[in-house]
Design a protein around this ligand. Structure first.
Ligand code: PAF
Length: 180
């Protein structure tokens, strides 16, 4: 498993890959749900790429971005065992350089539910996912059904912006007590 930090390095690796690429974007602190996405990406593609990036732009001013749990060593160990081929771990400086000023705003489907209670959240999600898709150029991208509104937003963005990839939605993994 290769761990890559720079955008130029993941692009160089991607160019050398033949066959299909399955991509799982995550914010790390991985659990069984993420590993089910990786397993599926690996089973359906020649290469499975996972990103770990706690995206600051999807946190509201009253949400604690700093307190979001992080454990990169543990995540990498889980991904090694889970069959990921490449893990992309970009820095804030590369993802959002000082002059950054372009956003992806998906309208209508973001106006209700979580979108209503977390203004700006889905703008941050759509923007970072669009950036990651542009960088990784996946054949298929895998998302959990658990985050149902996020799935709708990403599917809308992919269709509206003619992104050349398939969004695969994977059923929710539940613990024995039913917890998603
Ligand atoms: O679902 C998540 O973990 C995040 O919203 C995502 C899709 C990785 C974007 O930061």
């Amino acid at each position: 498993m290769q761990v890559v930090k720079a955008i130029s390095d993941i692009r160089a690796l991607r160019q050398k890959l033949s066959g299909t690429v399955g991509f799982v974007p995550t914010m790390g602190f991985l659990h069984e749900g993420h590993l089910a996405l990786v397993k599926r990406a690996k089973a359906e593609n020649s290469t499975a790429i996972v990103s770990i990036y706690v995206n600051p732009t999807q946190f509201g001013p009253r949400e604690d971005f700093g307190a979001y749990p992080r454990d990169l060593d543990r995540d990498l160990e889980l991904l090694r065992k889970g069959g990921a081929d490449i893990v992309f771990v970009p820095s804030d400086g590369e993802m959002y350089p000082a002059e950054f000023s372009s956003w992806v705003d998906v309208e209508k489907v973001t106006e209700r539910l979580e979108g209503a209670s977390r203004p700006g959240h889905f703008r941050g999600v759509a923007t970072v996912v669009a950036k990651l898709f542009n960088i990784v150029q996946p054949t298929r991208a895998y998302f959990g059904q658990k985050d149902a509104q996020q799935v709708v937003v990403i599917k809308r963005m992919v269709a509206d912006l003619n992104m050349n990839l398939e969004v695969v939605v994977v059923p929710t993994v539940r613990e024995s007590d039913g917890l998603a």
